[in-house]
Write a protein that binds this ligand. Sequence first.
Ligand code: PHE
Length: 452
Amino acid sequence: STPPNLILENRPYPTDAWTNVPSSIISALPRRLHLQPSHPIALTRRLIESRFPGFTTYSSFSPIVSVQQNFDSLGFPPDHPGRARSDTYYVNRDTVLRTHSSAHQADVFRADSSDGWLVSADVYRRDAIDRSHYPVFHQMEGARTWDRRRLATSASANGDLAQAIWDDVARLPTHDVVVEDPNPPTHPERNPLQANYHTPEEAEAVGAHLKRSLENVVVEVFAQAKRAAVAAGDAKAATEEPLKVRWVEAYFPFTSPSWELEVFWQNGWLEVLGSGVVKQELLVEAGVPQRVGWAFGLGLERIAMLLFGIPDIRLFWSRDPRFLDQFKSEVGEVGKGKVEGEGRIARFQPFSKYPASPRDVSFFLPSTSSPAGGRPVFHENDIMELVRDTAGDSVEDVQMVDEFVHPKTGRKSLCYRINYRSLERTLGREEVNELHEGISKKLVEGWGVELR
Ligand code: PHE
């Protein structure tokens, strides 16, 4: 049923056995929420960009990238789970919808000689549907590097790279938020010092600059979120203790050492971004072996949800003026103090939801591991995608409510509850039934399940 070519952004891409981009995703490609002037994702992008003065910004790279850009250039091993067809949208064997903004790191390092840059991008991952997950979301990537060669010829810091970086740390704004940083900066296996390329002093200076720079971003964003929440009478926010952040050791194939930054928000630790000292092999491959520095990647949706108090990630995709118009007062004011200034972020005012229509579908999985059509084993993301492709944004969430293995036949039974609810209008009973029957039918035809 796959056509010989997929037309994406006006270009034909040959399809093959790897192709798995459904039409619901293709229709999201032109949306580019991070570029819509009054959209909360774009406002969040601009707020964060304003914390990196002097950085070059990019926000219109195509989301269609090569496997080389998305995975190989970053040192992902061939068997890395992120490469699986169950997790990633393949246009074909060599081409994917980028799964992260890191897909552009090597290209930007190669083409851009500025010391700091930011890339904002729509990214795509096969995932569950719920209030905080959507298969398309937005990330911002950023990097700050120092040029060893340029440093050697300048008088400052006597050519001492670590000293020059510390001098830059001293120029960064300070903040008074409590920072926990309990782990040693390196770990012998997961996060070693890149000893072939960096002295311990250099790596330490890069790490210090990374941490202070990103703490400043998070402190500003969360201070704004709290002010907006308090102004809107959010009792939880008002009683919130002072902001606390912590650095946690992380692993990424393209940084070492690596950290995640977490923020204590409302009732728990929230992961905000991934970061680390850029692997020197990547910079060497990108033709800038003399550069040394750090990179980070953060998700814009999560930050926008906190900043504006938006309760459901699907709202970002709404074309309902009751949603979009709420952020319009901020347009044009960004950069003149509205978003950057104090307490000017306006909290989202929830409007009444349309009624929900839950429906269950129960079925036995086929007894063989490889059902008709040579399909691989059923994966939970497959039902998510089938639902999305049939019902689009008319589904609020999908949850497995029952699972058991028949004691005699050994067959596995699953029950999923699909909650139908439009953000735009009340769905009719007939309409919901039709969508639900369509989904049940596709489960039978596509996966060989037996409805119960
Ligand atoms: N690309 C990583 C992710 O999506 C985040 C990251 C970016 C980590 C840059 C380190 C450096 O999780």
